[in-house]
Unconditional design. Structure first.
Length: 284
């Protein structure tokens, strides 16, 4: 059974962290990639602090499993920690030098260097994880009820061979042919239209947030600095009418993907083509 119990909570938490997340204690657990899973985060949450799950060494599938395990056991708030970096390219020469320098430590502790992975072990917050975040956000927006396994399976049961954000990026760059080819490849390999629409919608919503307020800060818009910079670049050449047309098409595609129309693919292709032309309808 899910754990809904919490320690005794002060009537009025005084620390901003405790107030922000309604915590009994202003304690933030340090995420430790590679040495912990959801069990430690759950223990911290049950003790009154803010537990954390490190995502830098987890694939999107593994991260989803950890989050599901935590949420099955507790309704407490949770910190999910990511790295935002450019992974270095593996260098065999540098790797060999490090192994040679650490050889005395290997011998002292009985470590076999052959068991050490070659290359970077920390994954950055990249498109695959962003796509997962977009899907979660779409579920929160669409589901007034509790989000169940059946709802997730109904919306996101298809597999995505082509990353949905690549479709959106190609369209926003004005490469209509490439965007359409990527979209059709994704659909042909089993992708469901719902997560594709969700990823595209997230990009358009970010652009809409700053369209009339280009000088807004990331914090005021609930966006990361890199997201704000990217949205500003994507807005180049857009008009208010064009953005309004895309938002309307986005709503139509979203409804179509969820059963409002017999052929959701048509609405999705129309949306992608409209984005590639900055909301300007092309005459035949």
């Amino acid at each position: 059974m899910p754990d809904t119990s919490t320690p005794n909570t002060p009537a009025q938490p005084t620390h901003w962290l405790a107030r922000q997340f309604n915590l009994p204690l202003p304690v933030l657990q340090a995420p430790m990639a590679g040495v912990q899973d959801h069990v430690l985060a759950l223990a911290v949450a049950r003790s009154g602090g803010l537990g954390a799950i490190p995502a830098a060494m987890l694939s999107p599938a593994a991260l989803g499993a950890e989050l599901a395990a935590f949420r099955a056991a507790s309704t407490a708030p949770l910190n999910v920690n990511f790295f935002c970096h450019t992974p270095p390219a593996p260098d065999a020469t540098v790797q060999a030098r490090w192994l040679a320098a650490l050889q005395p430590c290997f011998q002292a502790w009985g470590v076999d260097p052959a068991t050490i992975d070659n290359g970077p072990g920390r994954l950055p917050f990249a498109d695959d994880t962003a796509e997962l975040a977009a899907a979660c956000n779409q579920l929160l927006l669409d589901s007034a009820e509790s989000i169940t396994e059946d709802i997730v399976d109904r919306y996101y049961g298809g597999r995505v061979e082509t990353n949905a954000f690549k479709v959106a990026d190609a369209a926003l760059a004005g490469r209509a042919g490439e965007a359409m080819a990527l979209l059709r490849h994704a659909l042909a390999t089993g992708a469901d239209p719902v997560p594709l629409v969700a990823a595209i919608s997230m990009k358009i919503r970010q652009m809409a947030k700053i369209f009339g307020n280009r000088s807004a800060s990331p914090a005021s818009l609930g966006m990361a600095p890199w997201q704000l910079d990217r949205a500003r670049k994507d807005l180049t050449g857009w008009t208010d009418d064009g953005l309004a047309a895309v938002i309307q098409a986005m709503a139509t595609a979203d409804a179509a993907a969820k059963g409002a129309e017999r052929d959701p693919i048509y609405s999705l292709e129309k949306l992608v083509n409209l984005i590639a032309h900055k909301g300007i309808v092309q005459s035949k």
